[in-house]
Write a protein that binds this ligand. Sequence first.
Ligand SMILES: Cc1cc2nc3c(=O)[nH]c(=O)nc-3n(C[C@H](O)[C@H](O)[C@H](O)COP(=O)(O)O)c2cc1C
Length: 307
Amino acid sequence: MVTQPDMRVDLGKLVLKNPVLAASGTFGYGQEMADFCDPALLGGVVVKGLTLEPWPGNPPPRIVETSAGMLNSIGLENVGLDVFLKEKLPWLVERNVTVVANILGKTVDEYAALAQGLGKADGVAMIEINVSCPNVAAGGLAFGTSPEFTAQVVRVVVQAAEQPVMVKLTPMVSDITAVAEAAVQAGADIISLINTIPAMAVDLENRRPALKNVVGGLSGPAIKPVALRLVWEVTRAVDAPVIGGGGIMTAEDALEFLMVGARAVQVGTANFVDPRAALKILEGIEAYCKEKSIQDLSTWVGSLKID
Ligand SMILES: Cc1cc2nc3c(=O)[nH]c(=O)nc-3n(C[C@H](O)[C@H](O)[C@H](O)COP(=O)(O)O)c2cc1C
């Protein structure tokens, strides 16, 4: 029996204290959840996606429960770069939280400006690029659906940012390895995946879409098998560290992602079910390591056996 397993995660330019991060958009800016879950205890907190200007997001209803998941069309609601830097980041820094700033733009220039604003900010440990956003210069096709657009965004962010840069891939592609490879070649240090899957739900009685926006992003247990497959493919295709997620509700789910090859995980929808979910998952991983005499969690990463 191991007394205290080593849970640290080596991401190359950055070492996380443990492998559980809160996923963007599901943990606010950390402060909102602090009464339930001390964000400093997590491997990191990925804050809500930041845009240059504040944005109100989409009109309600914008969250609906589906079988084995949830559908959201929050849109880009966020406080904007300046308010984040002045009002949200200091609180996180004071509490020693490992902050990951998730950014999204409609043009390459917007991503570059966000990276310039955040790139030298003390207390931002890492930048996560959300490439699921429509590229207005390409008729609204999401950046992340094209290896070339993804590389364009990565290049400008890497150039402007002093921190490690992570790229969060969208599952909406036929070959995710091509996008991952392009991101790494363009200078991405870390790959994360998956973002939500576009989906819809119907309100039968009202003969209306359940979401005002009609289409939203599906998350939660329903997407876990899709996410596992994509994480497995990406970890085999690139040498860069991978952070996996999608439908992780329990420590066992997280351990599956790690076994498939992810070095750390992001917990999203589970935070809406239980604001202590991320911590419970972390504690569960630790307990599992002790039970199975895993001294160093990194030895578990990629330990999946395929006969
Ligand atoms: C309400 C909500 C808001 C989200 N906002 C963002 C966001 O701003 N940026 C981003 O990259 N991902 C965002 N996501 C995606 C999550 O970070 C995560 O990648 C996805 O939900 C899959 O993980 P899960 O099944 O554990 O929730 C959001 C998800 C939800 C449910």
